[in-house]
Structure formats: structure tokens, C-alpha cells
Design a protein around this ligand. Structure first.
Ligand code: ATP
Length: 510
């Protein structure tokens, strides 16, 4: 299903709406609708259960969005949380310089791919792609150009050399997609933090930031949490909450938003043990994704070329989104950078006394950080399918179905009386609904023909439809229809909850 259809499906079925749409929306800000909020809550619950409640040595917090402004000085965000910005003077369109250059490299890569495809067609079965890529002179030349451009870009980004990024854009002859011109401004650093002002203090002193990550709320509370829970190192602190970034280019729906939600966990460890924990969390987080039934082919690790100012190792878990493999989650070895900087700026000790080593130290940190909205996009884009299925009359028809993992599905069970105007059926169905809704998020639906009701449930990803028919009145049994196999099973009403429970509860994936 293409990306446009996915976005309209999300709107039509109450998953995601553009923010303040009656005023033509607000760029890169979105609202979650009735099914969207259920799916998002389920994603958060899966994360919280597996990260916090399944680990005796990980606890949660919920810190405020506003923090003392010195927090962001210490963390490096005031000075270094920048993206390189460049404007096209003719179209006035704004770009991220690194994304322009990456786009240029992707175009060359596409040319290589075209050559590869042509050769594949020409040579058929006997074609050896690896060999071709390693020996074909034109491919090699193009690959060398990609490597050289990306290396120069990464060096410039690392050194904060905006001049060279500008020179690279000019030398590559990159044009604006709107005006078609090469008339660029200089590249300059743009800070991504939103700011606002405290009511009772004027000027710089009262300047507040909307947090660009949730992690700092964890760092500043490190000792509070450690003391009040008597956790021993290694232990973790987790948090789910909103973060804000004034992204220069925010496209691709909920992939890059200006207001979004993060699920972050900081794991505090002994200095020197970071690589072992880094590997542990890499593996653990990948397993978390795979447990949802996401095929391994849709997930991959991607090591960072450019380490952030706070990290000594960093990897992304990338997901194969409709627009290609992109970052879904980051795992970072943050050393003792944050705690040490907070110690310096606050003048307060942020150390841990290790009873086994009989010594004090500033712990090292390995972080896992995933965007809740990106996870939502990953799940919904992977789940949405258009399928040919037999309809009630045995003819073939097309259905849109969301094949979400049942544990994530917004509605677990739809309760459907076969006919709307038969009181016996609707009252029996209402009784079933009232029982089941204590166990699962359920929906009662009696409008339209049963086939149309099934389609509506398919479109929102409901794994089970329970139908109440005339046999129900005779023998207290109902049919359960499975969203994916379309098989129908006859089950006693009293057995319903026990039958459905194990298939839709979170426990199945923990
Ligand atoms: P990117 O390179 O895509 O800008 P990042 O490396 O800046 O992401 P981190 O700072 O590592 O991202 O943030 C951790 C996670 O938060 C990301 O893996 C992503 O899932 C999510 N995230 C970051 N920025 C956004 C955004 N603007 N909109 C939605 N989710 C985001």
C-alpha cells in the first residue's frame, strides 16, 4: 500500500488527524484519534511492561517537560543541538544541508541500481551482483563519488565546518527541487530547541526550553531515584513523555514531528562495563521488536558515522519504512558525560557509592531511546494490507486489513448481532458485550450487513469478531471470526474470555 493511502487510511479510520485541521493544519504536528490513542497506548504499555515491570532493576519516573534552563547548558543542547540550515534564495525554501547532500548521494546510488538491474536482466540466472558491483568500472566510479561526498560531509558535520558543507553543495551542483536553481545562502547552524519565557522573570534569566529529549529528566533525578528505591548499580530509570524539536524539514507524516513522544531508558553502570551493556541492550531491544512478529528483514542495525558529543558508541535500529530504512530507535553509550556535566554546573555530587568495590564514582550510562510515534508508523505501515478475499456470496472482493499484532490492536473483539432488528439477538449480543468489555477493549456494532461490519473491523485491525446468531439463542454458542485466516469457530459464550485472552494479552509477547 503506498504512503498516501496509508495517511488517508489513518485519517478515515480515526487513527491520526492533522493538528487543528479546520485552520489548514499545523506543519508536522498531528493528533491521535480514538483508535490511534488505543494503539499508541498499547505500544507504550508493551514498552513499559517489558522495560520496567519485567526488570527488577529498572524503575520508572514521569518528569516535567519544563526543566531548569541550566539543564540544557550542561547537556550541551544550548551549544550543540544544531542542524545545518540552508535556504534557496529563489524559492525561499529551507533545507537541512546534510539532507540535501545525502539526497545527492542517493541519486547516484539509484543510477548504480539501474545499471545493476539492467545487467541482471541481461545475464539472467548467471548474474553475480556482488562481483558486478566490485568490478564494473562505471559502478566503481559512482560508488567512489558517493563515498567521497559522504566522507567529506561527515567530516564537516563533525568539525562544525559549515563553510565546507556550503562548498560541497555548490561543487555537487545541487539544485532546489522547487525553483530548480543553485542560488543558495550560506549554511548556518540552527538550534532545534523551542523556547518560551517564565512569567515572573524577564530576559535571558527567565528563558525556558521545551525539552528536546526526556533523558535529562532522568539524569537530574538519578540520585533521588537511587536513594528512594535503594537500587544498586547496574540499574535503570525509564520514562515515557513528550519531547519537542524545531525540525527544519519535517515531512513524512509522523516520522519527523515537532512535538512527539519518546520512550527512553538510562541504564547506570560501572565505568568500563559500558561495551558489555551496550551489546546487551542492542540485543534485548532487537528481540523486543521481533517479538511483535516483525520480520528480521524489516529491521537492521546501523552504526553511527558521526558520534554525538556525549557518546562513545552508538547504533540505530532501523526499520524499513515505506520510504526506505530509517532510524526507529537509538542505543547509545553515553559514558559519564551527562552526570559529570550536571555535577559541574550544579555543584552537586552525582556519585554512587559501590559497596562491592568500596568506592565512589560517577556511573556510566547506556541509553535506549525510541520514538513512540515512529514505532506507531512502523507498526501501522507494516500491518496495512490490501487483500482479495471471498465475500459472503463466495465472490472475490477486496478488503483493507490492518494485520497488527493482536496485543497492539486498538479493539480486541467486536461483538456483532447477526441482525439489528431482532430483539433476541441484540439483547443476547449486548449481554456478551457487557461481559467481554471487562476483559478487553470491545466494540458493539449492529449497523449494516454483517460483511460490511467485518470490513470495518478489518480496517481498524480488530483480531476477533464474535457473532451472535439464532443458534446462540438455542445453545449459548457464538462464532469467533479470525481477522487473518477468516476462519470461524463455534465457541460457548462462557469460554470466550479464556479463548481470546491468551491471544490478545500482552503476556504473549513478554
Ligand atoms: P533523526 O536522526 O531521525 O533526527 P535522532 O538521531 O535525532 O533522529 P535521537 O535524538 O536519537 O534521534 O532520538 C531518539 C528517538 O526519538 C529516535 O530514534 C526517534 O525514534 C525519535 N525521534 C527523534 N526525533 C523525532 C521527531 N522529530 N519526530 C518523531 N520522532 C523522533
Amino acid at each position: 500500500m503506498d504512503f498516501k493511502n496509508l495517511i488517508s487510511h489513518c485519517k478515515e479510520y480515526g487513527f491520526i488527524y492533522p493538528s487543528s485541521e479546520i485552520y489548514d493544519g499545523l506543519s508536522a504536528v498531528y493528533d491521535y484519534g480514538p483508535y490511534g490513542v488505543e494503539l499508541k497506548n498499547n505500544i507504550k504499555q508493551y514498552w513499559w511492561k517489558s522495560m520496567v515491570q519485567m526488570h527488577e532493576n529498572i524503575v520508572g519516573i514521569d518528569a516535567a517537560i519544563f526543566m531548569h534552563p541550566k539543564t540544557w547548558k550542561a547537556s550541551g543542547h544550548v551549544d550543540a543541538f544544531n542542524d545545518p540550515l540552508v535556504d534557496n534564495k529563489d524559492s525561499k525554501k529551507r533545507y537541512r544541508a546534510d539532507q540535501l547532500i545525502e539526497g545527492y548521494a542517493e541519486k547516484i546510488e539509484a543510477k548504480i541500481q539501474k545499471d545493476v538491474d539492467k545487467a541482471k536482466e541481461k545475464f539472467g540466472e548467471s548474474f553475480d551482483e556482488t562481483m558486478y558491483r566490485a568490478t564494473n568500472p562505471r559502478v566503481l566510479e559512482r560508488q567512489q563519488e558517493i563515498d567521497a561526498v559522504l566522507k567529506r560531509m561527515n567530516d564537516a558535520l563533525r568539525d562544525g565546518n559549515m563553510e565546507d558543507l556550503g562548498a560541497l553543495i555548490n561543487e555537487c551542483g545541487i539544485t532546489c527541487e522547487v525553483s530548480g536553481s543553485k542560488n543558495w545562502t550560506e549554511v548556518r547552524q540552527f538550534n532545534l530547541m523551542f523556547n518560551t519565557q517564565l512569567g515572573n522573570i524577564a530576559g535571558e534569566e527567565g528563558k525556558l526550553y521545551l525539552r528536546p529529549e526526556t533523558a535529562q529528566g532522568i539524569f537530574v533525578n538519578f540520585l533521588n531515584v537511587q536513594k528512594s528505591t535503594r537500587q544498586k548499580i547496574p540499574f535503570g530509570i525509564a520514562q515515557i513523555g513528550k519531547a519537542f524539536r524545531n525540525e527544519i524539514v519535517a515531512r513524512q507524516f509522523i516520522f519527523r514531528m515537532r512535538e512527539f513522544e519518546q520512550m527512553e531508558m538510562q541504564f547506570f553502570i560501572r565505568p568500563g562495563e559500558e561495551m558489555q551493556w551496550y551489546e546487551y541492550w542492542k540485543e534485548t531491544r532487537m528481540k523486543w521488536h521481533l517479538a511483535l512478529g516483525t520480520p528480521q528483514s524489516k529491521l537492521r542495525f546501523h552504526d553511527h558515522d558521526n558520534l554525538a558529543h556525549y557518546a562513545n558508541a552508538a547504533v540505530d535500529i532501523q526499520f524499513d519504512f515505506p520510504f526506505g530504512f530509517r532510524e526507529l530507535e537509538g542505543i547509545h553509550s553515553r559514558t559519564d558525560f551527562d552526570l559529570t556535566e550536571h555535577q559541574k554546573l550544579s555543584g552537586k555530587k552525582l556519585q554512587y557509592f559501590d559497596p562491592e568495590l568500596n568506592e565512589n564514582y560517577v556511573p556510566f550510562v547506556v541509553e535506549t531511546s525510541i520514538g513512540c510515534d515512529r514505532m506507531f508508523l512502523a507498526m501501522i505501515s507494516q500491518a496495512l494490507k490490501e487483500e482479495k478475499v471471498p465475500d459472503a456470496d463466495g465472490n472475490e472482493s477486496t478488503r483493507e486489513v490492518l494485520k497488527l499484532h493482536p496485543a497492539l490492536a486498538p479493539v480486541k473483539v467486536a461483538v456483532l448481532p447477526l441482525l439489528k432488528n431482532k430483539e433476541e439477538l441484540t439483547s443476547a449480543a449486548t449481554e456478551v458485550f457487557n461481559t467481554l468489555k471487562k476483559h478487553f477493549n470491545c466494540q458493539y456494532d449492529e449497523k449494516d450487513a454483517i460483511g460490511r461490519r467485518y470490513r470495518r473491523q478489518d480496517a481498524i485491525g480488530t483480531p476477533y469478531c464474535v457473532t451472535i446468531d439464532f443458534d446462540t439463542l438455542e445453545n449459548n454458542t457464538v462464532t469467533i471470526r479470525d481477522r487473518d485466516t477468516l476462519e470461524q469457530e463455534r465457541v460457548k459464550i462462557e469460554d470466550l474470555a479464556a479463548k481470546i485472552g491468551p491471544r490478545v494479552n500482552m503476556a504473549s509477547i513478554l
